[in-house]
Design a protein around this ligand. Structure first.
Ligand SMILES: Cc1cc2nc3c(=O)[nH]c(=O)nc-3n(C[C@H](O)[C@H](O)[C@H](O)COP(=O)(O)OP(=O)(O)OC[C@H]3O[C@@H](n4cnc5c(N)ncnc54)[C@H](O)[C@@H]3O)c2cc1C
Length: 262
């Protein structure tokens, strides 16, 4: 079984500050980390490898600095790590990113499963996983909390707004994982040392031979018009007087007044 895990290196958004004078995010000197839910996706792949045997291939599109994230995935138990990197890919929106990642996956060859994070903490669109499945014309299940492998199919517990669903799909299938799926492990000291001996393959457009008009800014229909910090919300009103019933009635009257319910 071959499992491909997509991993994005992201700025640690807890450390990103707002530059008031320029109206932009201050990323300088901010640490880069593996996108948290991609660690859940990797952990799920490593667990399957332990239970059933599998080759875990991690793929990341980004600048050369993203190699740091790929060293970490080796230390966490990945078998093969590929950086997809070329100046022609710079400025890619989610569509161009997903296109390049899906073509890179085609180049890797046969696979049974693709695991992604639900969303990245910087872009936050949650589009890349589903778009990769679209380009590869395979089924997808998003918001995965748990899974079981049975022959050539997966049974998956998916989070919804109302609870959980169990769904079944034939492989190959793409799954996107949420943070509740598992507790990602930590690299061992030995794993960290060994990761520096491992080869990180690089796919540039010389290998992929993709049409330039579908890459980078040219291949990106999304245009960012403005980036701004939303105005802080008001303090809100706290209802604390009377019995639980009095307080509930007051809240119901309030939301009726606002026409949220009748
Ligand atoms: C006009 C425009 C220009 C942009 N230019 C750049 C740029 O020059 N450089 C830049 O870094 N970003 C750029 N971006 C942002 C970039 O498009 C997104 O970061 C990227 O497409 C992923 O989208 P997301 O962060 O919303 O990921 P999501 O869709 O929220 O991510 C979901 C999952 O997909 C996978 N995934 C997402 N991105 C990658 C990746 N790169 N490699 C492997 N797996 C991935 C991960 O598993 C992740 O958990 C640009 C965006 C726009 C709109």
């Amino acid at each position: 079984m071959r499992i491909i895990v997509t991993v994005k290196q992201v700025p640690n958004t807890n450390e990103v500050r707002w530059d008031r004078s320029r109206g932009t995010l201050q990323r300088e000197g901010v640490d880069s980390i593996i996108n948290p839910e991609d660690k859940n996706a990797l952990e799920a792949a490593i667990k399957l490898k332990e239970q059933h045997g599998a080759e875990v291939v991690v793929i990341s599109m980004g600048p050369p600095q993203a190699k740091k994230a790929l060293r970490e995935v080796y230390a966490l138990g990945a078998d093969r790590a590929i950086l997809v990197s070329d100046r022609a890919f710079a400025g890619a929106d989610t569509l161009a990113t997903s296109y390049v990642l899906s073509e890179s996956i085609r180049k890797i060859g046969d696979f049974d499963l693709i695991f992604s994070g639900r969303q990245a903490i910087d872009g936050d669109t949650a589009q890349v996983g589903p778009q990769i499945a679209g380009f590869l014309d395979i089924p997808q299940i998003t918001y995965v909390k748990d899974l079981k492998i049975e022959n050539k199919s997966v049974k998956v517990q998916k989070e919804t707004d109302f609870g959980y669903q169990w769904l079944e799909a034939k492989t190959p299938v793409l799954l996107t994982f949420i943070k509740e799926a598992n507790d990602p492990g930590y690299p061992t000291l030995r794993g960290i040392f060994d990761s520096f001996e491992r080869n990180i393959e690089v796919f540039s457009n010389t290998e992929l031979q993709l049409e330039e008009s579908r890459l980078g800014l040219d291949g990106s229909p999304t245009k960012v018009k403005k980036v701004f910090k939303p105005a802080p919300k008001g303090k809100g009103e706290i209802v604390e007087e009377g019995t639980a019933r009095d307080m509930t009635c007051k809240i119901v009257d309030y939301i009726k007044e606002k026409n949220v319910i009748r």
